[in-house]
Design a protein around this ligand. Structure first.
Ligand SMILES: C[S@@+](CC[C@H](N)C(=O)[O-])C[C@H]1O[C@@H](n2cnc3c(N)ncnc32)[C@H](O)[C@@H]1O
Length: 264
């Protein structure tokens, strides 16, 4: 848990690495169908509010809630003028502090890979959405290129597209759909190492809690911090993060060099 917290703090700015850009965000939010400015929307794992900024383009700030477990990230969101009026609060994606059937839309972007139990988080998404409402979860996809896969596995959770669909279906969502996302300059290539990889949506048809039964949440017991283990994981994390900085640069250069219209 402590490692995930440090990591999410360090990596909260992933959009600056070219993996999560404004055009990708807007593309990924499209399946959320934010067509009514009066929708009540929650952005879970909203961090500094990058995705929330995409949401408030469509929905009145007063109807939007940003929830994140990190007070540090939340503080940055609070300082954003464009997010004035948004309700910003601390909380856990796997134990949401909202009543059942509260929101028209649930959005979460780039957060699931830090959740200890993603299925529990998606079950919570189902619970807090109103009947007829929709959840949109944006996250990374397990890479197919062997080196990217190696670093992805060393670093953190990268679910497969099938896992996302299974988690949604088990939680009770219907009309589950998956849209692939990526920076424009990837030209649709997915073999290298996309971090932000898909936007998954599902509709909640009936009111009430998810039909999925899960045991009690594992106790979030503070483990004593082992300095050596911390430094080792920190070093691995830094190497992996560096790799994922280089991949978009490589792909961007390829996009510049290879004639338009040809595959890269
Ligand atoms: C990479 S940032 C993404 C932030 C934002 N959604 C965006 O699109 O830029 C991941 C965020 O997820 C938050 N997070 C991780 N685990 C969480 C949990 N269990 N509950 C709530 N937030 C969580 C982290 O604190 C961090 O702010």
């Amino acid at each position: 848990m402590w490692y995930q917290r440090v990591q999410s703090h360090l990596l909260g700015q992933r959009h600056s690495l070219g993996h999560w850009t404004e055009d990708m965000r807007d593309d990924a939010l499209e399946p959320a169908e934010l067509y009514n400015n009066e929708f009540k929307v929650v952005d879970v794992g909203g961090g500094t509010g990058f995705t929330t900024l995409g949401i408030v383009k469509h929905v009145d700030n007063d109807n939007v809630t940003l929830l994140d477990q990190s007070p540090h990230q939340i503080e940055k969101a609070r300082q954003k003028e464009a997010l004035k009026g948004v309700s910003i609060m601390e909380g856990d994606a796997e134990d949401l502090p909202f009543s059942t059937d509260t929101f028209d839309r649930y959005v979460s972007a780039g957060s699931i890979e830090y959740w200890p139990d993603p299925q529990r988080g998606i079950k919570e998404a189902y619970r807090v959405v109103k009947p007829g409402g929709l959840a949109c979860l944006i996250g990374p996809v397990h890479p197919t290129f062997w080196l990217s896969r190696f670093f992805a596995d060393m670093w953190m959770l990268f679910p497969s597209e099938e896992e996302y669909i299974e988690w949604f279906t088990k939680a009770g969502f219907e009309d589950v759909k998956l849209k692939r996302i990526g920076p424009k300059w990837y030209r649709g290539v997915r073999r290298h190492g996309l971090i932000m990889g898909c936007s998954v949506t599902g509709v909640k048809r009936a009111s009430g809690d998810s039909p999925l039964q899960l045991g009690p949440k594992a106790e979030d017991v503070e483990e004593p911090v082992n300095l050596l283990a911390f430094l080792f994981r920190f070093a691995i994390g830094t190497i992996c993060a560096s790799y994922y900085v280089l991949v978009p640069i490589y792909m961007w250069i390829k996009d510049q060099v290879v004639p338009k219209g040809q595959p890269i």
